[in-house]
Design a protein around this ligand. Structure first.
Ligand code: AGP
Length: 619
């Protein structure tokens, strides 16, 4: 939700912390702030509402005043208190000697705040975080562990409820930073004579690829030469060292004007890398698959839980898994799942899909499922994040870092991974022969080529999108796997272009939504294949006729050489012919392009749409 970074070492902290914040800005851009320890008992702070560029501008030539070799920084997605200068992090406690940055929500902050206020503490912000800064300052000043910053931090963390990653700096210990986490991510970057802490590795990837991921309820004390990890709860520390397998180039724009654009063009590679190594000549193999064939064989029901775009990838999975395995599959919004008493048991497989691996709704759904004794398989893009850590097994999508807030390449990677889950289940259950599984896998392996071919024909789609920029709304229709594509198209348009957009199953239109059709309204229709889905194809042609008769402007996405559709399309987008189940991997691309291009024409920042953050760590 928020991005946090800390540095201690021999170099000036300010530029390194600002660089880290720039890479973490996708996590929130309501405000940015920084605190630097000057090494002489001073702690300097600068913070500003709005995007990081505002802080840069505010620092201007005054950045010399923030000289020092240790510092912490924060980029905010507001929860408690508006996006103002005064609510921007870092927050200070006591006499201003301690500074704290925070990602997450302190759920019991109101009670803690009331206690502090009744003891005479004057609050300077509306945030939950400030409470931590005051508690820490008080503990350091005259608590039972006074003068011991790590011990004070541990004691404060034990009083907190909710989700938090915290990093604290104290002017009395100028090269030491103390960080702690519960239900929010925290990684340490281990450099040569320098250490980093951050919400994710992209903050320090330009300086080191050696990292340590902290487990639940852990605390780390970093100095330039050491990182000492302990637990602030009863549990033993279970941190994990790893080496990041991508480099700084992956976290840069690489010549594109936006991250989203770059990520759209990385989709062939994202699909290819997600498939890589998952077929051993005789069958599909899943990595970190701690569920054996015997367990997969006993599965009698599959639930897919996810949010937003990941949920749409789960809807695609339903079609594939049911078709290949004959198992019933239910796809649930993670935010609804645990509140409606779903029927789960030991033989239920819950597939939790999440790019970030830290989405609170999905994480809570995973916890709920495990409490009900269901087996949980995570499909995740972020190595070692919380959702895979708490699941029985994980299948990583290897899309690389996705910075654009709107999910693009990770959608395609999730869809691909979900197909692998379906094939692994079909293989284990014997509903598909080894030969059939091999055939499907081979077809899937050709998809990166089809995705790349689709990207080459998007030029005219951009021109079309610019024409649509002034429409009041856009509708999206699909059938079968085209239905989740319609939902994803509408979501992309809403989040990027702030335009009213709805996705419908085309057959449902006549049950109400057709009343929305009026003269000139653009409707984007994803056509099923005339060869492999002839019945659906003809029904969809009828749906197009129905909306055209009512004045809709039809934008039809169809497979190449589908001659029947041209007369009904005011605008035709042709895609490579691919197996019917795999169509979302190509059909999602024009949806992404349309949304990005309309947003650009309307003058919006497509990497940082308003009100959003990349990972949503609140429920
Ligand atoms: C989609 O463009 C959004 N970024 C959003 O819907 C996202 O897919 C959702 O919040 C789930 O995130 P996750 O995959 O990290 O769990």
């Amino acid at each position: 939700m928020c991005g946090i970074v800390g540095y201690t070492g021999s170099r000036q902290a300010l530029p390194l912390v600002l660089e880290g914040l720039r890479r973490l800005e996708y996590r929130g851009y309501d405000s940015a702030g920084i605190a630097v320890l000057d090494g002489a008992g001073g702690l300097k702070i600068a913070k500003k509402a709005g995007v990081l560029a505002n802080l840069d501008g505010h620092l201007g030539s005054g950045s010399l005043a923030l000289a020092g070799r240790a510092g912490i920084g924060h980029t905010r997605w507001a929860t408690h208190g508006g996006p103002t200068d005064r609510n921007a992090h870092p927050h200070t406690g006591g006499s201003g000697k301690v500074a704290v940055v925070h990602n997450g929500i302190i759920e019991n902050f109101a009670a803690l705040r009331a206690d502090l206020e009744s003891a005479g503490t004057r609050m300077r912000s509306d945030t939950d975080t400030e409470v931590v800064a005051h508690l820490l300052a008080a503990a350091y000043r005259d608590g039972p562990t006074a003068g011991d910053l790590p011990a004070c931090m541990a004691a404060v963390c034990r009083k907190l409820e909710g989700a938090f990653t915290l990093v604290a700096a104290h002017a009395d210990v100028p090269s030491v930073l103390v960080a702690a986490r519960r239900n929010s991510p925290l990684v340490v970057g281990v450099g040569e004579g320098e250490m980093f802490v951050a919400s994710d590795v992209s903050a320090f990837i330009a300086h080191t690829r050696d990292a340590i991921e902290l487990g639940q309820d852990q605390l780390v004390v970093i100095t330039p030469d050491s990182a000492e990890i302990t637990s602030f709860a009863a549990a033993e520390p279970d941190f994990k060292r790893f080496r990041v397998d991508w480099d700084v180039a992956a976290a840069e724009k690489g010549g594109f004007s936006t991250f989203m654009e770059k990520e759209i063009f990385e989709q062939p590679v994202a699909v290819e890398r997600t498939l890589l190594g998952h077929f051993d000549g005789s069958g599909v193999v899943l990595d970190e698959q701690r569920l054996g064939v015997r367990e997969l064989r006993t599965v009698d029901k599959v639930y897919v839980v996810a949010c937003g775009t990941a949920y749409h990838s789960g809807l695609v999975a339903k079609y594939a898994i049911e078709h290949w395995t004959r198992l019933p599959v239910e796809v649930e919004l993670a935010s609804e799942f645990r509140y409606r008493d779903p029927v789960l048991g030991r033989d239920t497989l819950v597939v939790a899909i999440s790019q970030s691996g830290e989405t609170a709704d999905t994480l809570e759904a995973v916890r709920y499922a495990r409490r009900q004794r269901a087996r949980v398989l995570a499909v995740c893009n972020t190595n070692g994040s919380q959702i895979p850590r708490e699941s029985d097994a994980v299948l990583y999508t290897r899309a690389g870092p996705e910075v654009g807030v709107a999910a693009t390449k990770t959608f395609l990677a999730q869809v691909t991974a979900n197909y692998l889950v379906g094939l692994a289940l079909a293989q284990a259950r014997g509903t598909k022969s080894r030969g059939e599984v091999a055939w499907e896998y081979a077809a899937l392996s050709r998809m990166p080529e089809a995705v790349a071919a689709t990207l080459t024909v998007m030029g005219p789609v951009r021109d079309l999108a610019r024409e649509l920029a002034h429409s009041p709304a856009v509708l999206f229709l699909g059938r079968h796997v085209g239905y989740p594509v319609a939902l994803e198209g509408a979501l992309k348009l809403k989040e990027l272009a702030y335009m009213h957009a709805e996705g419908f199953a085309a057959g449902e239109l006549k049950h109400g939504p057709i009343a929305l059709i009026e003269n000139g309204l653009p409707v984007v229709v994803t056509m099923p294949s005339p060869k492999s889905r002839p019945i659906l194809h003809s029904k969809m042609l009828s749906n197009i006729r129905e909306i055209q008769a009512r004045g809709a402007r039809t934008i039809v996405v169809a497979e190449e050489f589908d001659d029947t559709v041209a007369p009904f399309a005011d605008y035709l987008i042709e895609l490579p012919r691919v197996p019917a189940l795999f169509q979302p991997l190509v059909a999602a691309i024009p949806m992404q392009i349309i949304a990005a291009e309309i947003a650009r024409s309307r003058g919006y920042d497509i990497d940082k749409p308003r009100n959003l953050a990349k990972s949503v760590t609140v429920e």
